[in-house]
Design a protein around this ligand. Structure first.
Ligand SMILES: Nc1ncnc2c1ncn2[C@@H]1O[C@H](COP(=O)(O)OP(=O)(O)OP(=O)(O)O)[C@@H](O)[C@H]1O
Length: 836
């Protein structure tokens, strides 16, 4: 960590984020002007720039000179292909482009990068665009943002690319502060896979950083932004351009300009990224760019003592952040490090990691080993083919004809076209035409570079591996070459995910469910046949004095704490306050919201109403299954299916007493029938109702104190559940749901297609007060959220009124006479049947 490899004073920071001068082999090596770009480092750099300007030092790498471009048309038309894209929302903005979500004629959601033609006047801007199209469109890997097409109209150039709806890892890190090591392993394997693919195809990314790692809908990494990427044309070729983002730049880029740099710069950035994942900020970060460079030169960084990082993790970071590029580990050496092979590796990550620190206690060592192997395969890490002539995909010209002649002639032709296309005044169409030509490389590959040798050695090792493994790999490579590979990989990925989830579900069901899934009618028949009449209609007599004393307020196997119940009032008041302010044009806010956002994960995922005989059964999102029996007692089975809590309400539902047992051992024989029913409910719900929703997970760490249903109430448009965790859930009969947690401060909305969004109440109110979103879907959702909140408030106020009227009449299903609120959010198009 403190071994300086480069000596001397760091050069004046003339390092500019050249987008392209060395990015493609046949592009001129002139120094383009600086490029405006937004990154998390910009603030620091801007300040630093001002300072340098005052003291007469050279400018910093990038400048912020942003102008707001006009919006592209609502319907973007690719005249050449007669395709249309409806613009539905702005995803983000860089220094170079604005990125929109668009929908094509097949209703596929894509991202569309829009660059205004007015910003493409300079040779530098044209060069960057050329590089981005040329290199990016030639790459096809499951962990690289897919480049789809590019076209122009009078105002703009458009690049359609794969949509990454979960933002970038920088956004995620900002929310989460840092990631757990299992998450870091998952992300790293995918990043290593993408990098392995790029390097095998002679591409150096040169700007790997959290802001350029995007997340698809399944939280898989997709490397994007190839504006600084470069091709290594001939063996041992070194790049000389100083480029990158300060925190992530390798020392040889800054301090060894004479020798230049190569693939190892990406490996350095991977080390910075790993450190950032687990520590929460980049290793060399300081307020001033100059001191970042100094720290990079001196290899000066440390592991904060208050961060819990494994020895393997530390060691791997130290190995990667080796100043001498030749000493850095290869991508495979990184993967084979103990950090990966000895640690917990999840196969997938849930989208809930945006807000919640995931737990991986259920992943055993053998599962981790299997997951790592699967992840490696899915990231194509075990394929070592080295491309020396041309990249795949770009094998036809813009007009569809095949590239003819030898590579040298083709290269010369491209160079000529490029030179003409980037001249000031030359039309953008000429640039695009040239950029869409297949990417042609000089012959020779990377035969003499150390990295190439290492890759060859790895490939040789692979060739000597067992026949089947080799055959599988070859088959995959074949698929990839035939153009179906990528689709197939994605299918494989989905398949693995599906199988994993099915296996998980099967494991749970196998433990407790009856051997055969029963239909609702069979279920009732079975109980009748076996003469089970487990639920006394009247509440059970209170336990004897001794038992009460033994159990009340205790938190051990036989007795639990007395729980106090909050009514519906708190949420009603919160909503009334927020909506009242909204009516007056003012915005609601509450300082507790931030912390409250971490709550609200556990709610009802599925339910079944057998109140005509036994009670209400339900499964929670964390894997808990409960039954709220007609006698107002409840049994809740833990997600590990081995423990249960028995809960009785006292004093008309104002307190609850909870006792903890295991399904094999409980003292009260009277519980036998209820446990029997609980198991049946569990089998029924898990087999037939419980879905593979993104918001569901299995919290096997919770073996007692599970959340439980306290009250429920059916109304014309909705069934309302009140949970013990201060959550109120409104399930509308069109299958949409509103979940109010932390007494209404956090609102979770699930639409009828099971898409979940989670909001602070103040966020919804602020949006309602702001301008109407351009995106019609977003505007619709915004209105719907406010309407539904109004409805929920009316329901809660009605309940309060009814409760006052029927005071002392009991709880839960007894509250039948609640008047229907006057306003109804949206009439249900489907039949008013609950899910059961
Ligand atoms: N494929 C994508 N899916 C979803 N959002 C994206 C995608 N690509 C980019 N974005 C969003 O758009 C923003 C700008 O994109 P990007 O960084 O590629 O633009 P740029 O102008 O080329 O950047 P730079 O200034 O680094 O050159 C990103 O920060 C991200 O929020």
């Amino acid at each position: 960590m403190t071994t300086p490899y480069y000596s001397g004073i760091p050069p004046a920071p003339t390092a500019r984020r050249y987008p392209f001068s060395n990015a493609v082999n046949h592009i001129p090596r002139t120094t383009p002007p600086t490029k405006p770009q937004e990154t998390p480092d910009d603030k620091i750099e801007q300040k630093q720039k001002e300072k340098y300007q005052k003291i007469g030092e050279p400018p910093l790498p990038r400048q912020n000179t942003k102008t707001i471009p006009p919006s592209p048309p609502k319907v973007i038309v690719d005249k050449g292909r007669a395709s249309k894209y409806a613009r539905v929302g702005l995803l983000g903005e860089g220094g170079f482009a604005r990125v929109y979500e668009v929908v094509d004629h097949k209703h596929s959601r894509l991202a569309c990068k829009v660059v205004t033609k007015t910003s493409l006047k300079t040779k530098k801007a044209k060069t960057k665009l050329y590089a981005e199209i040329k290199i990016h469109r030639a790459l096809a890997h499951p962990n690289v943002v897919r480049f789809l097409d590019c076209f122009e109209d009078d105002e703009n150039v458009y690049m359609t690319i794969e949509l990454c709806p979960n933002g970038s890892l920088m956004d995620l890190l900002r929310r989460r502060k840092r990631f757990t090591e299992p998450e870091a392993r998952f992300f790293m394997v995918q990043l290593l896979g993408a990098c392995h693919y790029m390097h095998n195809h002679q591409v150096i990314h040169r700007d790997l950083k959290l802001g350029n790692l995007f997340l698809d809908s399944n939280m898989n990494i997709k490397v994007g932004d190839f504006g600084l990427a470069a091709l290594i044309e001939s063996p041992g070729e070194r790049k000389k351009t100083i480029c990158g983002t300060p925190n992530y730049i390798a020392p040889e880029v800054l301090f060894d300009t004479a020798n230049g740099h190569s693939f190892e710069v990406d490996i350095w950035s991977i080390g910075v990224i790993l450190y950032t994942f687990v520590i929460g900020h980049p290793p060399f970060q300081t307020k001033e760019v100059k001191s970042i460079y100094k720290r990079i030169r001196d290899n000066q960084y440390e592991f904060p003592v208050n961060r819990d990082i494994s020895d393997d993790g530390k060691q791997l970071i130290q190995l990667i952040l080796t100043p001498d590029p030749q000493e850095r580990p290869t991508l495979h050496e990184i993967l084979d490090h103990g950090f990966f092979v000895g640690g917990t590796v999840p196969l997938t990550l849930p989208t809930t990691i945006h807000d919640i620190i995931p737990k991986f206690d259920h992943i055993t060592r053998p599962i981790s080993t299997a997951n790592l192997a699967k992840l490696r395969r899915l990231a194509l890490l075990d394929e070592d083919q080295v491309s020396t002539i041309s990249l795949p995909v770009a094998n036809s010209t813009a007009n569809g004809s095949k590239m003819k002649g030898n590579p040298t002639a083709a290269l010369a032709q491209q160079e000529k076209e490029f030179q003409q296309a980037v001249q000031p005044g030359s039309p953008i169409s000429a640039l695009l035409k040239s950029a869409r030509q297949p990417l042609v490389m000089g012959s020779g590959g990377r035969g003499e570079s150390p990295l190439y040798r290492k890759l060859q050695a790895a490939a040789k090792e692979k060739r000597s591996s067992p026949l089947k493994q080799r055959t599988d790999a070859l088959r995959d490579i074949e698929e990839e070459r035939s153009g179906e590979g990528r689709g197939q990989k994605e299918k494989d990925y989905e398949e693995v995910r599906r199988k994993e989830l099915e296996a998980q579900k099967a494991r749970i069901v196998a433990q407790m469910a009856p051997p055969k899934a029963v239909t609702a009618a069979e279920f009732v028949q079975t109980l009748e046949r076996e003469n089970v009449d487990p639920i006394p209609k009247a509440s059970r007599e209170p336990r004897d004095k001794d038992e009460k004393e033994k159990t009340a307020g205790r938190d051990d196997k036989s007795g639990g704490p007395v729980l106090k119940v909050n009514g519906f009032d708190a949420a009603a008041e919160t909503l009334a306050a927020a909506l009242g302010l909204l009516a007056q044009g003012e915005c609601f806010s509450d300082p507790r919201e931030e912390a409250a956002m971490l709550e609200g994960r556990v709610f009802i995922a599925s339910w079944v109403d057998y109140c005509n005989k036994y009670g209400m059964g339900y499964a929670l999102t964390d894997g808990t299954v409960g039954v709220y029996f007609n006698d107002s007692t409840s049994l809740v089975l833990s997600p590990d299916k081995h423990h249960f809590d028995f809960i009785e309400s006292r004093r008309g539902g104002s307190v609850y007493v909870r006792k903890y047992y295991t399904v094999d051992e409980y003292p009260d024989p009277e519980l036998k029938n209820k446990v029997y029913l609980l198991k049946h409910f569990e089998g029924y719900i898990m087999n037939r109702l419980f879905g593979d929703y993104e918001y569901c997970f299995t919290d096997t760490t919770r073996t007692k104190g599970m959340a439980f249903l306290q009250k429920f109430l059916r109304m014309k448009n909705v069934i309302v559940f009140k949970m013990s965790n201060d959550t109120l859930q409104f399930n509308f009969y069109d299958h949409s749901k509103m979940i109010l947690s932390s007494n209404g401060l956090v609102v979770t909305h699930i639409d009828k297609h099971y898409n979940m969004t989670k909001w602070k109440l103040s966020e919804i109110m602020a949006r309602a007060l702001g301008p109407k979103p351009e995106d019609p879907d977003e505007a619709k959702l915004q209105q719907r959220l406010v309407d539904k909140l109004k409805y929920c408030k009316e329901v809660l106020l009605s309940i309060r009124k009814a409760t006052e009227l029927t005071a002392n009449q009991g709880e839960g299903a007894e509250l039948k006479e609640v008047p229907e609120p006057a306003i109804v959010p949206r009439p249900s198009k489907r039949s008013a049947q609950p899910r059961a």
